[in-house]
Ligand binder design. Structure first.
Ligand code: IP8
Length: 259
């Protein structure tokens, strides 16, 4: 079984609020449907989630009156995005069902402490592809917070122990520095604990759920529940299909501990 996260930077235009990328999503859906693999799919929020979540500081929990507006807005927006993703998946031939984090998870101080995994298991066992996403969720200490797609990836990897956990992004993998600024920059094909300390810490981040460092930390954690964890470029046709066939496309990889 393969666990796939469709990153918000691929499925949306992150520079424009609520802008879906239908061609990219349909192509990726086709690559997944054509793989013949059993799948679990997570997607990010992109410009349907991060813009308003940041405006209302939803990732910090209850800080001031009026944040409910942000909770409602983000909840609505990411459900709209999820409907578009599900529509594409079903249209391309995957029997996908959405499981909404806002109603099946609980956070505590921003950490994901419970997920109703039994629902994922039941849909999976009946042959359906469970789909979930980054969402606004309840937090038992802060009232509310952000449950990221990466947190869902970790919870699902722990439960389902996938062959591969594949992060589909808009870059070829993790680079030693910013390739736009430095020509000496290279793709790091094998990521491990030492990668975190070797990366320059200057990167700007518009996401409420963290930068590339946070992503690498999740990948290192997830790799302990999978054979391996890959970060690939979903804008290049065929890379996801290759990864799902068990090949190693251009990517960064974390070797895992399990299975
Ligand atoms: O895009 C963030 O999830 P991510 C969820 O997976 C929201 O980091 C609502 C901003």
């Amino acid at each position: 079984m393969m666990l796939v996260k469709l990153g918000g930077s691929v499925i949306t235009d992150k520079s424009r609020y609520r802008t879906f990328r239908p061609e990219a999503v349909h192509r990726l859906a086709k690559e997944m449907a054509g793989s013949g693999q059993r799948l679990l799919v997570v997607h990010g929020a992109g410009s349907y989630g991060h813009v308003i979540a940041k405006k209302y500081d939803l990732h910090m929990g209850r800080k001031r009156p009026g944040q409910e507006k942000g909770v409602a807005h983000v909840s609505w927006d990411v459900r709209e995005l999820d409907t578009l993703v599900i529509e594409a998946l079903v249209h391309e031939g995957l029997d996908a069902v959405s499981l909404v984090p806002g109603s099946c998870t609980m956070l505590s101080d921003g950490k994901l402490t419970s997920v109703d995994l039994d629902k994922f298991r039941r849909y999976y066992d009946m042959g359906v592809t469970p789909v979930t996403f980054g969402d606004v969720a309840l937090d038992d200490r802060r009232e509310f917070g952000i449950c990221s797609g990466d947190q869902m990836m970790e919870a699902l990897a722990r439960e389902f122990r996938p062959e591969r956990a594949i992060f589909v992004t808009d870059v070829d993998g993790v680079f030693s520095c910013d390739p736009h600024l430095d020509t000496e920059c290279h793709l790091i094909d094998e990521i491990d604990q030492s990668t975190l300390s070797s990366l320059p810490r200057s990167e700007r981040c518009d996401d409420v759920t963290g930068s590339i460092y946070a992503k690498i930390e999740y990948m290192l954690g997830i790799a302990s529940f999978a054979k391996e964890c890959l970060i690939i470029n979903g804008n290049v046709p065929g890379r996801l299909a290759a990864a799902l066939r068990g090949e190693l496309p251009l990517c960064s990889r974390v070797r895992g501990g399990k299975v």
